[in-house]
Design a protein around this ligand. Structure first.
Ligand code: 13P
Length: 252
């Protein structure tokens, strides 16, 4: 297996206030105590921008790593109301950034913008979680592989350092719906994504995660799919118990 480390990345989306740090304290405590397994995985949480600085500071020497959910596509500073650049994210010691989430694609992120976001984030020494995924119609019309390949090729460039990129496969029809792909389909899709990545990055391919309705009850179904290097978890990451049980049940 090329990538042994597993990632459990919690994307809080528009959730969280200062006191929500209690959730992360519990997850951190669990990871610390999980001495038998905790070298095998990394836990990353992406709270909303309002909490990135304080959480990154609180967990700077802990087990949990803090990232951001999105970034602006160019420049370090500029006259762009509401925008936050990779430089600014790095300046408060966050280490990861999600780029290309379907929520943001739906709001107008183009491939060109996403490419700039990835490049700018890597320049600022952030690790990038790059999201791809087909919608219901693509799936119905057997366009999944085409769509995924385009999303990868239009954004990821062989000059990028693949060690700092993680690809998250998130089928849009699965996000927040409770529907997850059939294991065989997921196996084939992730294999295909890895083939395309190998083609782009001759040497080392990025890790590939799955995201979409992952919770503590269905995580066991993913454990045997060895080619999946981890998970991007939305709703279930807002509960410490659910998130901890995801890790526990994955390794059961
Ligand atoms: P859910 O786990 O809530 O389906 O969300 C997945 C997701 O979009 C994570 O980025």
């Amino acid at each position: 297996m090329a990538n042994n480390i597993r990632y459990f990345i919690g994307n809080w989306k528009m959730f969280g206030e200062p006191k929500s740090i209690a959730i992360l304290n519990k997850i951190n405590k669990f990871v610390k105590s999980d001495k038998k397994l905790n070298k095998k995985y990394k836990v990353v949480i992406t709270p909303p921008h309002t909490l990135v600085q304080s959480y990154a500071k609180a967990f700077s020497k802990q087990k949990i790593i803090i990232g951001a959910q999105n970034c602006y596509h160019k420049d370090n500073f500029g006259a762009n109301t509401g925008a936050i650049s990779p430089y600014m994210i790095k300046s408060v010691n966050a280490q990861y950034v999600i780029v290309g989430h379907s929520d943001n694609r739906a709001e107008g992120d183009t491939d060109e913008m996403l490419k700039n976001k990835v490049e700018n984030s890597l320049t600022n020494k952030l690790k990038v979680v790059f999201c791809i995924g087909e919608n219901k119609d693509h799936k119905k019309n057997n366009k999944t592989f085409n769509v995924l390949e385009k999303q990868l090729r239009n954004v990821l460039d062989k000059k990028f350092n693949s060690k700092d990129i993680i690809v998250a496969y998130e089928p849009i029809w699965s996000i927040g719906t409770g529907q997850i792909p059939q294991p065989d389909d997921l196996h084939e899709t992730v294999k295909y994504i890895k083939k395309v990545l190998k083609n782009i990055f001759a040497k080392q391919s990025p890790a590939v995660l799955y995201g979409g309705s992952v919770d503590s009850k269905n995580i066991g179904q993913f454990s045997s799919l060895n080619e999946i290097d981890g998970f991007l978890i939305g709703g279930a990451s807002k509960s410490d118990q659910n998130f901890i049980d995801i890790i526990k049940n994955y390794y059961k």
